[in-house]
Ligand binder design. Structure first.
Ligand code: HEC
Length: 225
């Protein structure tokens, strides 16, 4: 028994000594090196096999001249497809909101009003109506269920098409931002629907300074529908 204890102590000490001598910088053999040492590629960097003198390339990247960043999938919609720019107002929240209140016209092309209103209504019903209600009275299904409260009737708020746009983009008090759900052009279309349907305001009139050439809207409106 004593002998066995001695063996155990000696072999443990031996293992510890050897282990502490090994060079961790140069391990003799590494299984799955790409899991051990993950390779961080920069976007658009040429993809190379990082270990040793290998001649093989990475097939996925070979189709695109070795670029690591993949091309957008077909059908990807550009951030600013319809070239309607976001509101140009001060960055600070209150200053931005106040400035947006002065904006009474959308930059959408008035010639597309019918299509813009239809799209605005559709997106409003999908994005906003759960809280604000399809008639804008603040009594959406989520409010009626009792799960959420404090949604105003649009009639009780001083709003303009600019401020609705601003609130969609930045949120207001307990309402969060919907910029992640709606592209700038669609924010205007939803705001247009809110103003014309619930405030009975014709806010579709002529462009403000943030517009791109007017013809571009028609094409993309129809494209996105
Ligand atoms: C999760 C519920 C919810 C959703 C969804 C929602 N809102 Fe709101 N919204 C609120 C609440 C709550 C307020 C009141 C905020 C406050 O106290 O000022 C509000 C306020 C507003 C106001 C008035 C802000 C002001 O200037 O007084 C507008 C305009 C508005 N929302 C538009 C929208 C639009 C457009 C959408 C869809 C893109 C939307 N909301 C989606 C909850 C919601």
């Amino acid at each position: 028994m004593k002998k066995l204890t001695k063996y155990i102590i000696l072999s443990t000490a031996g293992i510890l000594i050897f282990a502490s001598c090994s060079n961790k910088e140069q391990p003799a053999l590494v299984y799955f090196p790409d899991m051990y040492y993950p390779v961080a590629y920069d976007p658009y960097q040429e993809a190379v096999v990082p270990y040793g003198e290998q001649t093989s390339t990475i097939p996925l990247f070979e189709n695109q001249n070795g670029r690591t960043a993949l091309a957008p999938v077909p059908g990807t919609i550009a951030q600013n497809e319809d070239k309607v720019l976001p509101l140009d107002v001060p960055e600070e929240y209150n200053a931005g909101y106040t400035a947006s209140l002065a904006i009474a016209n959308s930059p959408l092309n008035p010639a597309n009003k019918k299509a813009d209103l239809a799209r605005g209504k559709d997106l409003y019903n999908k994005t906003c109506a759960a809280c604000h209600g399809t008639v804008g009275d603040g009594q959406g299904t989520i409010v009626q269920s009792g799960a959420y409260s404090g949604v105003p009737n649009y009639k009780d708020r001083q709003i303009t098409i600019g401020s609705v746009y601003y609130v969609i983009e930045h949120g207001r008090n307990s309402m969060g931002s919907y910029a992640g759900q709606l592209l700038p052009g669609d924010r205007w279309r939803v705001a247009l629907h809110v103003m014309s349907e619930f405030k009975k305001t014709d806010a579709s009139a002529v462009a403000i300074a943030t517009t791109a050439p007017a013809e571009s809207t028609e094409e993309s409106t129809t494209q996105q529908q």
